[in-house]
Design a protein around this ligand. Structure first.
Ligand code: IPE
Ligand code: IPE
Ligand code: MG
Length: 239
């Protein structure tokens, strides 16, 4: 049997909940709920597969433009699932990180998020990264502000700003760049996800809608990743 290596960091842009709901003739909110159930399952699978870093894009800085009813339904799902995720993560030695601007959420949800991050920060197994009110451009903007503050305080010379400093100023500080980014539902775009971090990520666009994504689909994505030749700008066969 072929030996497959796990990507160190798998990221998924969770897309297609709305189309899944439409296909079933149910409200979009039901599609999002089903998407959460799928995520719960796939997160478990990543734990059993001993994936080191698993990221998902669940709510973008642009998603506030959706109807107030849909936004409210998504926030309600956070209220329901995040405390359960905390409990599960403690049982599974999983550290949860949130990337994105948490301050954009209602204060009770912010509290749940901070509690989740702090409580699970002691865990040393899988790191689960959730993009919530996340936008790659907004993240870069906030990183630039941090570095500009250092320049202003006289702690840093502009010409001494390195790529490593920029990486360390992003929400993903300390997390390796994703080896593979999977976007479900067949759309071939990143929609503002990990703009800086995706420079050398392998991209996969399976047509399956997120609520239907299965362990087999994850296996297939890992298999495809194993078939890719990563070069990072170097020449074939050279280190
Ligand atoms: C992804 O599903 C979930 C979020 C972006 C919150 P969509 O809601 O984007 O589903 P489609 O694209 O309408 O099918
Ligand atoms: C990207 O999906 C954002 C998330 C999955 C959270 P969208 O459905 O919002 O993106 P577009 O509008 O199709 O680009
Ligand atoms: Mg979509």
């Amino acid at each position: 049997m072929e030996e497959l290596v796990n990507p160190r960091h798998i990221a998924v842009i969770l897309d297609g909940n709305g189309r899944w709901a439409k296909k079933k003739g149910v409200p979009r909110a039901i599609g999002h709920k089903e998407g959460c159930e799928t995520l719960k399952h796939i997160l478990d699978t990543c734990y059993y597969k001993k994936i080191e870093f698993f990221s998902v894009y669940a709510f973008s800085t642009e998603n506030w433009k959706r109807s107030s009813g849909e936004v409210a339904a998504l926030i309600q799902l956070m209220r329901y699932y995040l405390p359960r995720l905390e409990k599960r993560s403690m049982e599974r030695n999983t550290k949860v990180r949130i990337i994105g601007d948490i301050s954009g959420f209602p204060s009770d949800v912010q509290k749940i998020m901070h509690h989740l991050i702090e409580t699970t920060s002691v865990n040393t197994g899988l790191t689960f990264i959730m993009g919530l009110n996340y936008g790659g451009r907004d993240e870069l903007r906030r990183a630039v502000v941090k570095l500009a503050e250092k320049v202003k305080a006289g702690e840093l010379e502009p010409e001494n700003i390195t790529e490593a400093m920029i990486s360390a100023s992003l929400d993903t500080a300390g997390i390796p760049d994703p080896d593979v980014i999977i976007r479900t539902s067949g759309e071939m775009r990143l929609s503002n996800f990990m703009t800086w971090q995706s420079a050398y990520s392998e991209l996969e666009f399976p047509t399956v809608l997120w609520p239907d994504f299965s362990d087999d689909d994850l296996d297939e994505a890992i298999r495809i990743f194993n078939g890719r030749e990563r070069r990072f700008g170097g020449r074939k066969g050279e280190e």
